[in-house]
Design a binder for this molecule. Sequence first.
Ligand code: SAH
Ligand code: SF4
Length: 347
Amino acid sequence: MNNIYDLYFSEIESFLKDEGEPSFRAKQIWEGLYQHRYSSWEEFSSSPKPLRQKLESHFSITSLIKVNSVFSTDLQTEKILFQLKDSNYIESVLLRKDNRLTLCISTQSGCPVGCIFCATGNLGFKRNLSSGEIIEQVIFIMKALEPNEEKLTNIVLMGMGEPFLNYDNTISAITKLNDANSLNIGARRITISTIGIIDRIKQFSEKELQINLSVSLHAPNDLLRQQFVPIAKKYPLRELIAACRSYFDRTNRRITFEYVMIKGINDSPILAFELVKLLRGLNCHLNLIPLNLTSHFMGKPSDTSTIREFGKILLEKGIATSIRDSQGSDVQAGCGQLAGKIIQKQH
Ligand code: SAH
Ligand code: SF4
């Protein structure tokens, strides 16, 4: 059965046309999905019953089942585990900070990239999510927030998976997130995080959207990067940085680089100076993130003093740098960690 959230408006119109239904019904259905966020076809009371039955026999409207949710001790972070129709798992993370309510969503179940410190990478690749499955994470959480009249302020595609290895479905999902007649979330409130799939960054630049792009760097040279990001062999840093430059030139959006700090591995002052050289002249922001501990990777997070020292070198050389607190690390909000636990239990 098809997921109704996989469809564009025009596809709903053609379905209705094929079924001999009037075209104005498409708008009613669309509003039911994106404004009222109904979770069963019965609720579409503006559509006649025979049409509702037709829709029900062709399309699913809820394909995610919430299996588990874990809160951080300060209750500011909630990690939600969803089961998909084919019994694969994905995670979404809701983060409260200051006046922001950010939802971090998945684009794949598992991930084929296999970064050695990443719990999702360790799970291996299960499959791409459809655009509907990406969107539904947002719809589900929006609905859950309704009783308290809370609203999401930001969406980050930084959960399980590599968005640019599921390019078409990711683009289709962000189109619907952004579209004024769908979820109407401003492009500047949406962030895509990628490990650096260069051809897709270029393709994405050409769309000239105002979406924030975040690139996971983790090292200032190819040799070191290849040690924990296997795909780095295919995508050299020089070309990656050039693609980031052209993203900025096309969109005027400042790129964010993510750099996971691993004790004794990528946190020395020499590497900080090398990073300065790599990023020189690029309008960017660097986030230093202490490694989240995972059960399969023996690395430790860098000491706070080392991270500060590393950040100081970059700041002094004119690179905007911040140290990200590891919000939610006590609920293992690092991507893939909750799904990993459940899958381990099953075996
Ligand atoms: N595949 C994309 C998006 C999902 S990963 C990417 O790699 O950018 C989102 C972020 O979580 C990445 O920056 C990744 O480096 C980070 N991450 C993964 N495992 C982590 C861990 N154990 N500790 C800290 N950050 C981690
Ligand atoms: Fe995949 Fe990102 Fe994890 Fe690397 S860090 S394995 S790209 S999800």
